[in-house]
Design a protein around this ligand. Structure first.
Ligand code: GUN
Ligand code: ZN
Length: 447
């Protein structure tokens, strides 16, 4: 048995601030103590209340820092790391011109391994500890990703991309090879260490009815794996899906009739969904990954977060960076752009709501709320140490490092979201072990 303790200011969520009051959903301890046992949370409480019971256990102290659960990115593409920020196109042209040629390189396992390693290091550097990840069509790209994630003891979800049409020959599989290869990968990787598998048809445009049908058959055979795809991102894409599937009732129906719409189904974007599709996703307890930097960068549109988070027809929502359609690995920057999307719709998003989406909300979106997402006892201790005063500008905007009330914390975290990025991530811990430490703090010897 190994016990460890961390002291600092702690922020996590015990309920959903879209539906519960801040007082009931936000847990904030300005001087807290987090005890871990074998990489899992034993207890979180005030330093004062716990110090005597746990005297003698070595304490790692982070004065002037804010400790939070690790960020959860509910939609990202590891092979698109090197083509982030590709100029001038919207979705369909962007895929043809930049994405497909880049993904072709992942046929080479060694190359896939190199990019997977870089990608996972970027996630940790930005405070992201769990992600739902697209790989490429090649099984070896899935092996490369999971091998690197396993080496870092990360809780990651990924799967082989399925595409049997409307893509270059070098990137296409067939319904049968997609089924067989995915099945072998599930047997190899699902629940291996902390890894989980997602059956991953790219989107309706690049899969035939037969491929989607077999993906649904596979999901029925392995009901606890995920289904991960894109939906209704762009107007031209929606029109193309209607052309390709003339007898379907709509975009979501293409997936639904294949048996792909369920509790562990995650649909990226959903910018152009109809009212009936929102209703169906709510009934099916499926998830939408809201990807604001991508939706703005590719000119896709403004996601209706208010509708997705309505009380009468709630849908599980997570935040996704969608790198390389998205322009940043940072969940702080992603939350900042999410706020701006709501502003453009005449709505708003509080810092607590945004940070909830990036932590416990993301865990719920991925059906992982019993495993991680906050500091409840028994949960896996993946957490980050944030510096709300990380840059000279942030230090001016946040004059005191430790907020003493919820309104003060709301203001401090809002400014941290708006101004922060990887520079605000002092350290990232995985199962209670230091996995990343920011150079800037190492050199100054802070904490
Ligand atoms: N739709 C189908 N494939 C993709 C992709 O790679 N990125 C985005 N943003 N949308 C997609
Ligand atoms: Zn995507």
């Amino acid at each position: 048995m190994s016990l460890k303790a961390f002291r600092g200011a702690f922020l996590d969520f015990v309920d959903d601030p879209f539906y519960a009051s801040e007082a009931d959903s936000v847990r904030y301890l300005p001087d807290g103590l987090l005890l871990l046992e074998d990489g899992k949370v034993k207890v979180l409480g005030t330093y004062e209340s716990l110090q005597e019971s746990y005297a003698g256990i070595p304490i790692t102290a982070y004065p002037d820092r804010l400790i939070m659960p690790g960020f959860i990115d509910t939609h990202i593409h590891f092979p698109q790391t090197e083509m982030i920020a590709a100029y001038g196109e919207q979705l369909l042209e962007w895929l043809d011109k930049y994405t497909f040629p880049t993904e072709g390189k992942f046929h080479d396992k060694a190359y896939a391994q190199e990019i997977a390693s870089f990608f996972l290091d970027e996630l940790l550097k930005h405070g992201t500890t769990t992600a739902l990840v697209f790989t490429a069509v090649y099984p070896q790209s899935v092996d490369a990703f999971f091998e690197e994630a396993s080496r870092r003891h990360l809780r990651m979800i990924a799967g082989k991309v399925l595409m049997d049409r409307n893509a270059p020959d070098f990137l296409t599989d067939t319904p049968e090879t997609a089924y067989e290869e995915s099945k072998q990968l599930i047997e190899k990787w699902h629940k291996h260490d902390r890894l989980l598998y997602a059956i991953t048809p790219r989107f309706a445009v690049t899969s035939s009815d037969e491929q989607l049908r077999l993906a649904g058959k596979l999901l029925a055979e392995f009901p606890d794996v995920y289904m991960h795809t894109h939906i209704a991102e762009n107007i031209k894409e929606v029109a193309l899906v209607a052309e390709l599937f003339p007898d379907s009732k709509g975009y979501l129906d293409v997936y639904d009739r294949a048996g792909l719409v369920g509790t562990k189904s995650v649909f990226a974007h959903g910018v152009q969904l109809t009212d009936a599709e929102f209703q169906r996703l709510s009934e099916a307890h499926s998830t939408i990954a809201f990807c604001p930097t991508s939706n703005l960068f590719l000119g896709s549109g403004l996601f209706n977060l208010k509708k997705a988070k309505s009380i009468d027809q709630p849908i599980k929502v997570g935040l996704g960076t969608d790198v390389g359609g998205g322009t940043s690995f940072s969940m702080l920057e992603t939350a900042s752009e999410a706020y701006k999307v709501t502003q453009l719709r005449g709505e708003t998003l509080s810092s607590f709501q945004a940070l909830y989406l990036a932590t416990l909300g993301g865990a719920r979106a991925l059906s992982l709320e019993n495993t991680l997402g906050n500091f409840e006892p028994g949960k896996e201790a993946d957490f980050i140490v944030l510096d709300p005063r990380a840059t000279p500008l942030m230090a001016r905007r946040n004059p005191s490092a430790i907020a003493t009330s919820l309104p003060e914390l709301a203001d401090q975290t809002f400014a941290t979201i708006m101004l922060g990025d990887d520079r605000a991530i002092h350290a990232t811990y995985i199962m209670g072990e230091l996995a990343y430490e920011n150079e800037a703090y190492r050199q100054t010897g802070a904490a």
